[in-house]
Design a protein around this ligand. Structure first.
Ligand code: F6R
Length: 240
């Protein structure tokens, strides 16, 4: 696991966008694995700027997102589908039919997960995956547990994750307490992974990630087993 430290969130986001731009320019029909949450927003803004200035072309790119709340309608402004349209897809020249997010309104969640896993395989696997990290070490919605799922599955959200994500919901909105998420195996099949860690509130989990032994009680530590992972962090997250 390679660790790159940046002074600011801005610099970290630019470096992450450069890694994506390089991937897109090497392979113009890459399959990109995307994440939601606040951390990748800066990177998405940079990618939109690069697209506008003609540095990168998304017309043949395909994307698969890590996860989606369940149940939730894709039109709901709290859905991850809405987030992706709003923060990236509406600002770049991507064909939205080539962008995939697990369907949070599927009647049969298990069937949706099975189909999503198949879809990723059919696309040829993920070339480059971006990840954020939860305060409890979760990756996607693979929450700390005694054992973890390999492939895309439905999962309950822990209290800590519900509390962290509550900031996105207003008082009168009900937050779903479950999600559909890629499993650790789905994520591990990505050829390259970048993990973004930003802000003081992530300092403790960053320390755990770097110093702790591999354990399902901090799912992110499993990334140490993947042959091509780069962690990009800002100084607030990694301290000295
Ligand atoms: C989002 C996701 C989550 C977030 C994590 C960090 O698709 O899978 O694992 O990456 O919760 O969220 P932020 O960036 O909001 O701190």
């Amino acid at each position: 696991m390679k660790i790159l430290k940046f002074s600011t969130y801005e610099e970290m986001s630019s470096a992450a966008a450069d890694i994506f731009a390089k991937q897109i320019n090497i392979k113009n029909d890459s399959v990109l694995g995307l994440a939601t949450g606040s951390t990748p927003i800066g990177m998405y803004q940079k990618l939109a700027e690069m697209n506008k200035s003609g540095m990168i072309d998304f017309s043949k790119i395909k994307t698969v997102n890590l996860d989606e709340y369940y149940p939730i309608s894709p039109e709901n402004n709290q859905s991850y589908r809405y987030f992706m349209n709003d923060n990236l897809f509406n600002h770049i020249n991507i064909d939205k039919d080539n962008t995939y997010v697990p369907n949070g309104s599927a009647e049969d969640a298990d069937e949706e997960c099975r189909k999503y896993e198949e879809l990723i395989k059919k696309l040829g696997g993920i070339d480059l995956q971006v990840l954020g990290i939860g305060h409890n070490g979760h990756i996607g919605f693979n929450e700390p547990e005694e054992s973890l799922y390999l492939y895309t599955h439905k999962t309950g959200l822990t209290e800590s994750t519900m509390a962290a994500n509550a900031r996105f919901f207003s008082e009168d909105e009900v937050m779903p307490n479950a999600a559909l998420t890629m499993g650790m195996g789905t994520i591990f099949n990505a050829k390259k992974i970048i993990l973004l860690v930003s802000g003081k509130s992530k300092r403790e989990v960053f320390k755990q990630l770097v110093t702790d032994r591999i354990s399902t009680s901090c799912p992110a530590t499993l990334l140490k087993l993947h042959p091509n992972v780069t962690v990009l962090c800002d100084s607030e997250a990694c301290g000295e």
